[in-house]
Design a protein around this ligand. Structure first.
Ligand SMILES: [Zn+2]
Length: 436
C-alpha cells in the first residue's frame, strides 16, 4: 500500500467508525429496552441451524495417536511411498483435519516433553518438563482425570514406555530424564492399566539384566540403570501381568498389563552399529492388545499410542526408516479405526508433537542442495504405483517450529477442525469426556 492510499484507507475507516456509532448506540438502546421489558420470549434457534451443543456428542473411548516428529512433509512422504500420489493413508482418511501449534513456554521450537505436557495437561511448559508447569508444579493430566472418572488408561509406544510423550500423561517430574521415577509413578500413582513399549533398563537396577540382556550386540551401551529398585517386581506386586515378547503378549489375560520389549527404544537409532527399525512386537500388534484389554471397562478408556521412529530416524536424517516407522503407525491407526467402526462411541485422533528434521520432499534433479556439513539428500524413493521418484532433503537434525496436522474421526471430532494451540487438545478432550 502506498502512503497516499494508506491515508485514504485511514479516512475511509474513520468515516465508517463515525457512521456506525449511532447504529451501535441504537442497538444498545434496543437491548436495554428488551432487558427492561417484563416478558421476553426466549430466543429461538431456527430449525435449519445446527446447534453446537447438539453436534458435541460424548465419546466413551479415546485413542490418541502421536507420530513423534511427524510433520506434514513426513506424512506426505509416507503417503507417496505407501499409497502413491492419489492414494490416502488410514491416518488421512478421516473426516476432520486441524492444524496444531507446537511452541513451548520457553522456546519457539518445542521438545517432546513440553509438547506432550501441553497436550496432556492444557498447560504450556518448558522444554524437558513432564506433567509440571513452568514453576515445576505438577498439573493434573487428562489420563489422571479419565482414571478418576472410572475409565481405563493405556500408553503404547515403540520408545521407552517412560519416554517423554507417554510420561507427560502419567507422571510429574521436573526433567524427562528421570525415567525410573516416571515408571514408579505410572504404576503407583496414576495407575495406568496398560503399559507397552521399550525401556526395560529403567525398571531394573544396575546388574539385574531382566529379560533383555545387558550390553547386547546391536548396542553394547544398553544396560539396566534403574534408580528406584526392581520396578518389574513392584508392578507384579501391584497386580500387573508382565510380558516381554510377542507370544507372551498375545497370551496375556485381561487386567493390568506391563510389557517391556526392549532395553531402550524398540529399534536402533543414533547408533554406531547402524540404524534398524524392526521392533520385536509391532506397533499395530501392541495397539490390538491394548484395545482388547482396555475395552473390558464398561466406562470406557483413554489410550495413547506413540510411534517414536518417525522422530528418531528423522533426527538421524534417515528418510527410509522414518517412512518405515510411519507405515507402522498407519497400520496401528487402521487397528483403532476398525475398532471404532465396531464401537462408534470411540474418538480417534492422529497428530504429532512437533516436526523433526525440517524435511522437504523434492523431485529428482542432479543437484544435492545440502550445504557442507549437512546430511545428504535421501532417495530416490518410488511413488507407489508409478514410475515416478522423489527425494527427501533435510534442513536440521533437530526439531522445527511448524504446525502439525491433526486428523480425527468419531464423536466430537468436529471440535478438532481449525488452527489451535496444542493445549487446546487437552481442553477439547476434557470437555468432550465431561471430565471437569
Ligand atoms: Zn525429537
Amino acid at each position: 500500500m502506498t502512503s497516499k492510499s494508506f491515508k485514504k484507507a485511514v479516512i475511509a475507516a474513520s468515516a465508517t467508525a463515525v457512521l456506525s456509532l449511532p447504529l451501535f448506540m441504537g442497538s444498545l438502546h434496543t437491548t436495554t429496552a428488551l432487558a427492561a421489558g417484563a416478558k421476553v420470549a426466549p430466543a429461538k434457534v431456527p430449525a435449519n441451524v445446527a446447534t453446537p451443543a447438539k453436534q458435541m456428542t460424548t465419546p466413551k473411548n479415546v485413542v490418541l495417536f502421536i507420530g513423534d516428529g511427524m510433520g506434514e512433509a513426513s506424512r506426505n512422504a509416507i503417503r507417496y511411498a505407501t499409497v502413491g500420489k492419489n492414494g490416502t493413508l488410514e491416518m488421512d482418511n478421516m473426516p476432520i483435519t486441524g492444524l496444531v501449534r507446537t511452541s513451548s513456554s520457553d522456546h519457539l521450537v518445542t521438545d517432546s516433553a513440553a509438547a506432550a505436557t501441553a497436550i496432556a495437561t492444557g498447560v504450556k511448559s518448558y522444554n524437558g518438563a513432564i506433567g509440571v508447569d513452568p514453576n515445576k508444579k505438577p498439573v493434573t493430566t487428562i489420563m489422571e482425570l479419565a482414571k478418576k472418572a472410572g475409565m481405563s488408561t493405556g500408553v503404547v509406544t515403540t520408545s521407552q514406555v517412560t519416554d517423554a510423550t507417554g510420561a507427560a500423561f502419567g507422571a510429574h517430574v521436573e526433567n524427562r530424564s528421570a525415567q525410573s521415577d516416571i515408571a514408579k509413578q505410572y504404576i503407583e500413582n496414576s495407575k495406568i492399566d496398560v503399559l507397552l513399549g521399550g525401556g526395560e533398563d529403567f525398571w531394573y537396577p544396575k546388574g539385574t539384566a531382566g529379560a533383555h540382556p545387558d550390553t547386547p550386540a546391536e548396542d553394547p551401551t544398553e544396560a539396566s540403570k534403574g534408580t528406584q529398585g526392581n520396578l518389574v517386581d513392584r508392578a507384579k506386586q501391584l497386580g500387573y501381568n508382565y510380558v516381554t515378547n510377542g507370544t507372551e503378549l498375545k497370551a496375556a489375560k485381561n487386567g493390568k498389563l506391563l510389557g517391556l520389549f526392549a532395553n531402550e527404544e524398540m529399534f536402533q537409532a543414533h547408533n554406531e552399529v547402524g540404524n534398524q527399525y524392526n521392533p520385536i512386537v509391532s506397533l499395530p500388534d501392541m495397539t490390538t492388545k491394548a484395545l482388547d484389554v482396555l475395552s473390558q471397562n464398561k466406562k470406557g478408556f483413554f489410550l495413547l499410542v506413540e510411534e517414536e521412529g518417525t522422530d528418531e530416524m528423522a533426527h538421524d536424517n534417515n528418510a527410509e526408516l522414518t517412512i518405515k516407522a510411519g507405515q507402522q503407525l498407519d497400520k496401528a491407526v487402521k487397528v483403532a479405526k476398525d475398532y471404532a467402526k465396531k464401537h462408534p462411541d470411540t474418538l480417534v485422533l492422529v497428530t504429532a508433537d512437533h516436526e523433526t528434521g525440517g524435511m522437504v520432499i523434492e523431485g529428482p534433479d542432479d543437484e544435492d542442495e545440502s550445504g557442507d556439513g549437512m546430511s545428504k539428500e535421501d532417495g530416490p524413493f518410488t511413488v507407489a504405483g508409478s514410475e515416478e521418484q522423489f527425494y527427501i532433503d533435510w534442513t536440521t537434525e533437530g526439531h522445527s517450529a511448524v504446525d502439525v496436522a491433526l486428523t480425527a474421526m468419531g464423536p466430537g471430532s468436529q471440535q478438532f477442525a481449525g488452527n489451535y494451540q496444542n493445549t487446546a487438545i487437552h481442553d477439547k478432550l476434557v470437555k468432550l469426556l465431561k471430565l471437569k
